[in-house]
Design a protein around this ligand. Structure first.
Ligand code: FES
Ligand code: FES
Length: 159
């Protein structure tokens, strides 16, 4: 049987620990070992952005990292966006502006938009287009997503 190692990290403010093989991808560890299936996995080679999480505050693709590389890290994932039973302003805006259809890209899109608005709190539409181009969406044609990020920006600046 393959040898396993312990991986300890913080996810959405909670200390979590699991055991896995050293070759295991971070996204698979989060989904399979910690049961946090909110983060989706698509291409598994860093292209589609579905697996995007915040790692120590910055957007990262969890499918091109090993779980062991996450040791000691602070992760923020889609399950932690909603607070006190209230949707995050970005989630509200995606809902209101039709920023999703099937929802497959949505967790990665939201985490990418969250990081984007941290870096660029007052973006132009062109900057939003570029910022969210890191995540592929097969359904929406992107306009609803762009409108949602634009609408969420002033709300987030005020909060
Ligand atoms: S699943 Fe990670 S970038 Fe596509
Ligand atoms: S909403 Fe279906 S892939 Fe984006």
């Amino acid at each position: 049987m393959a040898e396993t190692v312990s991986v300890q990290l913080t996810v959405n403010g909670q200390r979590r620990e699991g055991r896995c093989e050293t070759r295991k991808l971070l996204v698979d560890f989060l989904r399979e070992d910690l049961g946090l299936t909110g983060t989706h996995v698509g291409c598994e080679h860093g292209i589609c952005g579905a697996c995007t999480i915040l790692l120590d505050g910055e957007a990262a693709r969890s499918c091109i990292m090993l779980a062991v590389q996450g040791e000691g890290a602070e992760l923020r994932k889609i399950e932690g966006l909603m607070e006190n039973g209230k949707l995050h302003p970005l989630q509200e805006a995606f809902h209101e502006h039709h920023g999703l259809q099937c929802g497959f890209c949505t967790p990665g899109m939201l985490m990418t938009a969250l990081d984007f608005l941290r870096v660029k709190p007052e973006p132009t539409e062109a900057e939003i287009r570029e910022g969210i181009s890191a995540v592929l969406c097969r359904c929406t044609g992107y306009q609803g997503i762009i409108n949602a990020v634009k609408a969420a920006a002033p709300v987030m600046r005020g909060s």
